[in-house]
Write a new protein. Structure first.
Length: 139
């Protein structure tokens, strides 16, 4: 299989409801995403896909839903307030917006967005900080 990886960055706020330390407070991160896709064969000019396709589709979803917004758990009491004054994304299935849950959600969204291009999402890495990240892999 041939693979490519596209790196994207975005800023967002969140809090981890029930966290035992300071992450229970509202705070933000400069997130970095590394999204790897594969194709069965290269296109006519020798690519898995143009990198701009991944940026446009997946980066577009990130821009619309997460970038410069607040990512919340469904039971976050702050979500309704923030939703009235700014961009709000509520995580599915009552999940907290941890790096682990966010990377899984992003992998799911990317898979749906790239399916029409005959691409398979094989790996997603979401950096919450330069020293901390979560991985999702197809396997």
């Amino acid at each position: 299989m041939n693979q490519i990886t596209r790196r994207m960055e975005f800023d967002a706020g969140h809090r981890v409801v029930g966290h035992e330390s300071k992450c229970n407070n509202v705070h933000g991160h400069r997130y970095v995403v590394e999204l790897t896709v594969e194709a069965l064969e290269l296109d006519d000019i020798g690519r898995v896909v143009d990198f701009s396709v991944v940026k446009s589709l997946v980066g577009g979803w990130i821009d619309k839903h997460w970038d410069h917004g607040y990512i919340a758990a469904a039971d976050d009491v702050l979500a309704p307030v923030i939703g009235r004054i700014g961009k709000l994304y509520v995580m599915p299935h009552s999940q907290n917006p941890t790096a682990e849950c966010m990377v899984e959600e992003l992998a799911k969204q990317a898979h749906q967005l790239l399916a029409d291009h005959n691409l398979t999402v094989t790996h997603v890495r979401l950096y919450e900080t330069p020293n901390c990240w979560a991985d999702w892999s197809l396997s």
